[in-house]
Design a protein around this ligand. Structure first.
Ligand SMILES: Nc1ncnc2c1ncn2[C@@H]1O[C@H](COP(=O)(O)OP(=O)(O)OP(=O)(O)O)[C@@H](O)[C@H]1O
Ligand SMILES: [Mg+2]
Length: 249
């Protein structure tokens, strides 16, 4: 199964979710591929261990190179397809040169997808060509959401984009979007209001919410996930619960 982790809004824990959900699923014995499609390459910097010969920018323009862009990560059981700054330019090139610029990633993943149980695509903020490729390649969208109203607006934008892709026949049918509350603190009114908003608008959400911890930033600095640094940390515990919730769907 292929999930895109996306929200138009930046800084809502897309990358933190991709890296930790990936590692949590691998700890359950799943074969996991994390695909970094953000030119910022945060997931690649976080757990990329040994740089492969190629990167996503090459793969988008030449799907046959996909094996050359994948390498084991520092998180045991998780492979990562590397991104780089050039990802942004590859998106521009696709728009100019490809008859179906939104489907390049889907095409590239097809021959390798049976090797993995779960593929997680870490999208950049915004809804540019490369992010659209991530959405089109996926069967479900996980939309991380912190308590700000902007993250909720980012989710509506994502819903509209999926609808447009269906209307324009880029997608055969709508891809389900499930919200994931991140940096969640149930004592905060704002956080409870986000839940109310989702429920009022019948927007599906994961039962698991991810709590706050300053250790997340430290884990990035150490180029390791919290499962390797501090597995009993709240955030590691919550991503384990999320992995269980997803595995049972
Ligand atoms: N559960 C958490 N508790 C505390 N801090 C967190 C948590 N999750 C993420 N963060 C912090 O929030 C910031 C943004 O996280 P992250 O990079 O995962 O978001 P993003 O949505 O991928 O951002 P971008 O849109 O730039 O790609 C980072 O500094 C990260 O350390
Ligand atoms: Mg990110």
């Amino acid at each position: 199964v292929i999930f895109a982790i996306a929200n138009e809004k930046g800084g809502v824990a897309k990358t933190t979710t991709a890296v930790h959900l990936g590692h949590a699923l691998a700890r359950r014995g799943r074969r996991v591929l994390l695909v970094d499609i953000d030119p910022q390459s945060n997931a690649t910097s976080w757990i990329g261990a040994k740089q492969p010969r190629a990167a996503l920018s090459n793969v988008l323009l030449n799907p046959a190179l996909i094996d050359d862009a994948i390498a084991p990560s520092s998180a045991a059981g998780v492979d990562i397809l590397w991104s780089s700054r050039e990802t942004a330019g590859a998106g521009d090139d696709l728009r100019v040169s490809s008859p179906s610029p939104a489907a390049a990633l889907r095409r590239a993943l097809r021959p390798i997808s049976s090797r993995y149980d779960v593929i997680l695509i870490d999208c950049a903020p915004g809804l540019g060509t490369v992010t659209i490729n991530g959405i089109v390649a996926s069967q479900g969208i996980i939309a991380p959401l912190d308590s700000g109203s902007m993250a909720v607006a980012g989710l509506s934008q994502l819903q509209l984009t999926v609808k447009e892709l269906v209307d324009n026949e880029v997608l055969l049918s709508a891809i389900p979007i499930t919200a994931l509350l991140t940096r969640y603190d149930g004592r905060r009114l704002l956080d409870r209001q986000v839940i109310e908003h989702l429920d009022e608008h019948s927007i599906p959400r994961f039962e698991t919410a991810i709590r706050n911890s300053t250790r997340v930033g430290q884990a990035f600095g150490h180029e390791r996930t919290l499962f390797d640094l501090d597995p009993r940390n709240d955030v590691a515990v919550d991503y384990t619960a999320l992995a269980q919730e997803i595995d049972h769907v």
